[in-house]
Design a protein around this ligand. Structure first.
Ligand code: ADP
Ligand code: ZN
Length: 222
């Protein structure tokens, strides 16, 4: 599995995309392209992009497709993406998926795997509310699940743990609604292609990771 691999991760907010993508990127040496992280960094830096997207993100809405497609085109052109990549948070609409197809076509690339992480709606709210994210390395913790050793500090890098601005319960519910309306249809969009797999996202992160690597190694469901 040394050839470059290109993966799309689909799943609702709180389905565990970020946790899974970080580990896959580390183990398989892929570029982890998390659009939410890229946008949050832009907001933090106060860049033109950041100022443009801050309000819509905090309200749990979607950044316009044209903005996202430009952002992804730039990101995929960076040298580290040539080794393979994992898209976490993009595409999020059918229009974005169609634009991605065109972009990859132009680069003579294709997607090898599309994984859809399935988690029941009731669990998703619980997972997002109570989430804490390291402000330095982006690692996720949870007040009742993955508790850090030291309160408010990252086990990995000592960075400060913060609550995301869009993880309040009302905003989480809005993000879930947006997901159902705009992103969920992507499971049908990709469902027809041989690369698509449904993955049960309810078990522990380690179990989810192994069921996905089972598919990557071509040995079927684990
Ligand atoms: P989650 O998957 O937990 O909702 P993300 O970190 O992936 O969180 O995204 C956070 C926010 O960033 C989204 O709610 C949305 O406002 C914005 N965003 C990220 N990716 C996209 C995208 N592909 N299209 C539109 N908006 C996006
Ligand atoms: Zn950290």
């Amino acid at each position: 599995m040394t050839e470059s691999m290109r993966i799309i991760l689909l799943g609702a907010p709180g389905s565990g995309k970020g946790t899974l993508a970080s580990r896959l990127a580390r183990e398989f040496k892929l570029a982890h392209i998390a659009t939410g992280d890229i946008l949050r960094r832009a907001v933090e830096a106060g860049s033109v992009l950041g100022r443009e997207v801050e309000a819509v993100m905090n309200q749990g809405g979607l950044v316009p497709d044209t903005v996202m497609v430009d952002l992804i085109a730039d990101r995929l052109a960076q040298p580290d993406a040539a080794r393979g990549f994992i898209l976490d948070g993009f595409p999020r609409t059918v229009a974005q998926a169609m634009a991605l197809d065109k972009l990859l076509d132009r680069m003579s690339l294709s997607i090898d795997h599309v994984f859809h992480l399935n988690v029941p709606e009731e669990d998703l709210v619980k997972r997002s509310v109570g989430r804490r994210v390291c402000s330095e390395c982006g690692r996720n913790y949870h007040l009742t699940g993955a508790v850090p050793r030291q309160a408010d500090r990252c086990d990995e890098c000592g960075g400060e743990l913060r609550e995301r601005d869009d993880d309040g319960e009302d905003t989480v519910r809005r993000r879930l609604k947006v997901y159902q309306d705009s992103t969920r249809p992507l499971a049908e969009y990709y469902g027809a292609c041989g690369a698509f797999r449904e993955v049960d996202g309810t078990p522990a992160p380690d179990v989810v990771y192994h069921s996905v690597t089972g598919w990557l190694r071509g040995t079927g469901r684990r």
